[in-house]
Design a protein around this ligand. Structure first.
Ligand code: FAD
Ligand code: DHB
Length: 384
């Protein structure tokens, strides 16, 4: 088998890269260890930045997003006794969209079928060479895919990042996790609520007019089954301010419950010879601020341009600067995610708590403070 770009991983980074390359006249084959059903059903991110929506729309992936997704002007920031709306649109002219990663994945799978590019699900034994990838296909046959370039889009557990020799690794592990639930109940809020509370952080997000997504800060290593549904709703009500100025949290049937560990991780460089990393394969951010999926989309926007220029025109300039170009945004988002995380999560230290409250008051009430949050949350332009 031969293709121009072998893409490892059929998450959002791999599938979007394949679609962008096809539009630029470059062929690709995607290899994925999991089944199509498994990849399509994973519940993950829910917020798309302004530039992610612009990019997806510009490449023909905006129609379901714009009909099923919901545009938000900003977020509510709250702590006991106070709730403030930070209006990104009036502060920066930009907005965000609530649109689940599962929906993005469906759009990408449909686009790939239309592009006619090959995808192999349920592969195993992936081995990365300099200009080939070996793998075992779903029927058990060992195959070799020859290629010009390999794109490592295989997330934090895939083999690609280990194929970069002597990388520099930066990592911070947080002592807390998020307990996330999906519930069949209309959201109790128009826009997301990020809540600071002495018991720990809480977030009220949503997926649609009838499905809510909520998170609670819990200690790292928490077993989700140790939290009953009633306990989850009671704690969400306390932290999100049920009863504060007449606001009510409406509980409903919980359809999914999971615990997400939190860490910041960046591996550099993002390229070695013909291997280029994109998305979670190169970096992980804690979820506060919803950057993970958006960062994967931004990497792939840069990488597709670089690979099309290299393969179609023989111009290696963008490929040579890809790692540095991508890392500028990666570090901006790594800082923002760390900043949101450390501002919002209870550490148990009363000094930290007073600094957090002071910072929250400044961000919520000063235009300069609010604009910094708004610009980073709604997202800087791709290529920033
Ligand atoms: P992935 O989506 O991880 O895709 C990588 C793919 O590579 C996977 O399909 C994997 O099966 C495949 N793969 C792995 N090994 C191999 C191999 N050897 N060969 C072939 N394929 C392989 N971000 C947010 O912004 N907000 C959130 O609420 C949020 N929630 C999350 C919850 C969870 C449980 C997780 C894990 C992540 C969450 N994220 C969230 C992060 C966000 O989902 C990711 O940043 C995003 O999925 C990155 O896309 P990706 O394509 O780079 O990686
Ligand atoms: C969601 C996840 C986030 O990490 C976040 O900051 C906002 C929303 C979500 O899953 O809806």
């Amino acid at each position: 088998m031969r293709t121009q770009v072998a893409i490892i991983g059929a998450g959002p980074a791999g599938l979007l890269l394949s679609h962008l390359l096809a539009r630029g006249g470059v062929s690709s084959v995607v290899l994925e260890t999991r089944s199509e059903e498994y990849v399509g059903a994973r519940i993950r991110a829910g917020i798309l930045e302004h530039s992610s929506v612009e990019l997806l729309t510009s490449v023909g992936l905006g129609s379901r997003l714009r009909s099923l997704g919901e545009q938000h002007r900003g977020i509510h920031l709250q702590w006991p006794g106070s709730r403030h709306h930070v209006d990104f649109t009036s502060l920066t002219g930009r907005s965000v969209w609530v649109y689940g990663q599962t929906e993005v994945q469906k759009d990408l799978v449909a686009a790939r079928s239309a592009d006619g590019q090959e995808i192999h699900y349920s592969v195993s034994g992936v081995v990365i060479g300099d200009d080939f990838v070996k793998f075992t296909d779903s029927s058990g046959s060992v195959r070799q895919l020859d290629c010009d370039v390999i794109a490592g889009c295989d997330g934090s557990f895939g083999p690609s990042r280990h194929a970069i020799p002597s990388p520099q690794v930066y990592e911070k592990v947080y002592p807390y996790s998020w307990l996330g639930i999906l519930a069949d109940v209309a959201p109790s809020t128009d826009e997301l609520i990020y809540a600071w509370h002495p018991n720990g952080f809480a977030l009220h997000s949503m997926r649609s007019a009838t499905v809510s997504r909520l998170y609670l800060q819990v200690p790292a290593g928490t077993d989700p089954s140790s939290w009953s549904d009633d306990r989850i709703w009671d704690e969400l009500a306390a932290r999100l301010g049920h009863g504060q100025n007449g606001w009510k949290l409406t509980p409903g049937p919980i359809t999914d419950k999971s615990v997400l560990p939190m860490r910041s991780h960046v591996q550099t460089p993002m390229r070695h010879r013909n291997l280029f990393l994109a998305g979670d394969a190169a970096h992980i951010v804690p979820p506060t601020g919803a950057k993970g999926l958006n960062l994967a989309i931004a990497d792939v926007a840069l990488l597709s341009r670089a690979l099309i220029a290299r393969i179609v025109s023989g111009d290696t300039t963008l490929a040579d600067s890809y790692s540095d170009d991508a890392l500028r945004r990666v570090w901006r988002c790594t800082h923002f995610s760390w900043w949101m995380t450390t501002m919002m999560h209870a550490s148990g230290d009363p000094f930290d708590a007073q600094l957090q409250l002071s910072q929250l008051r400044w961000v919520a009430t000063s235009e300069a403070g609010a604009t910094g949050l708004a610009e980073n949350y709604a997202g800087l332009p791709i290529g920033f």
